[in-house]
Design a protein around this ligand. Structure first.
Ligand code: BJW
Ligand code: ZN
Length: 260
């Protein structure tokens, strides 16, 4: 249960957040699984976060894949299959409007999500820190491919016959270097960082919030709950991102209306 929302207090906080966004020439956004929750995708650490009784830390590691690749592929194939029917929600669309409003070259959407929903909503400058469920990578020859189709529980490379794996970043693995560099640059450059739907416990992604602050950026958090990001935030907006992000955007768009 969430505490009752004081509409007046929330609107005031939305005004503060809108002020911070209006004052910023350069804006960065960091998103996590919570922004896709209203599209029907479970978060990792929420009540529905377990997959067949496994925590993400048990199935999203190179050691789990070495030990039991079939189990790990079943986990990813189930998630890949669920992506075929999910659609971006109003939170994703609000972030598209934010990018259009701020202008290209002054905006970066850094996401930990691997579901591709920011891109399918229409966001352009998306930095996928943890890879993408739609891509697979060969553990032998390293070939990377877009593959949205159904795969076996133990798929193999047609070129070298080695096992394929999802092209995502597991625990103990390094983030893609170029993407990480761009994300760090974006948070160093921005005057406002909007952090939405992440528990901010997974590093190095979570460290971007402190980096932004150290560079003088204002930090706005949108989340159902208090998180590790909250103590770094200038404004904490408590509620679902699918409602709060559109409300925030309406305040800063000239006509006060989101494009449909
Ligand atoms: C809503 C909502 C609604 C719900 N509206 N809100 C310190 C520094 C560096 C590293 C470490 C460190 N300490 C520990 C580490 C190691 C580790 C780590 O961070 N562990 C922590 C658990 C402590 N990090 C790593 O291993 C990283 N690699 C690394 O460090 O490499 C070192 C290295 C360097 C050089 C060479 C080699 C190695 C890699 C991390 C990779 C994380 N991968 C995963 C899986 C990706 C693939 C997949 O999807 O299967 O990424 S784990 C999982 O967690 C996934 C997510 O992107 C990530 C973050 O989760 P997220 O998005 O925050 O989701 P939740 O569920 O935690 O939170 C949801 C939030 O939404 C909640 O707050 C809700 O309240 C909210 N919410 N509904 C608004 N409607
Ligand atoms: Zn191969």
């Amino acid at each position: 249960m969430h505490p009752p929302v004081d509409e007046h207090a929330l609107d005031e906080l939305l005004e503060h957040a809108a002020d911070a966004l209006r004052a910023a020439g350069c804006v960065a956004v960091l998103t996590g699984a919570g922004v896709s929750a209203e599209s029907g995708l479970p978060t990792f650490r929420g009540a529905d976060g377990l997959w067949e009784g496994h925590r993400v830390e048990e199935v999203a590691t190179p050691f789990a894949f070495e030990r039991d690749p079939t189990l790990v592929w079943r986990f990813y194939n189930a998630r890949r299959a669920s992506l075929r029917s999910v659609r971006p929600n109003p939170g994703h669309h609000a972030l598209v409007a934010l990018e259009e409003h701020v202008g290209r070259g002054h905006f970066a959407l850094i996401t930990q999500n691997v579901d591709g929903l920011h891109r399918s909503a229409g966001s352009r400058h998306v930095l996928e820190l943890h890879g993408s469920l739609a891509r697979i990578r060969c553990t032998g020859c390293g070939q990377v491919e877009e593959r949205g189709d159904a795969l076996d529980d133990l798929p193999r490379c047609l070129e070298c016959n080695a096992l394929l794996r999802p092209d995502v970043v597991w625990f103990y693995e390094a983030l893609p270097e170029v993407v990480w560099q761009e994300a760090e640059d974006a948070v160093c450059r921005c005057q406002c960082l909007l952090v939405a739907g992440t528990s901010a416990i997974v590093h190095p992604a979570a460290g971007l919030i402190a980096t932004a602050r150290a560079g003088g950026a204002r930090v706005i958090e949108v989340n159902l709950a208090t998180t590790e990001a909250s103590r770094l935030a200038d404004v904490c907006l408590r509620g679902p991102s699918g409602e709060l992000l559109p409300r925030l955007l309406k305040k800063i768009l000239p006509e006060g209306r989101l494009p449909v």
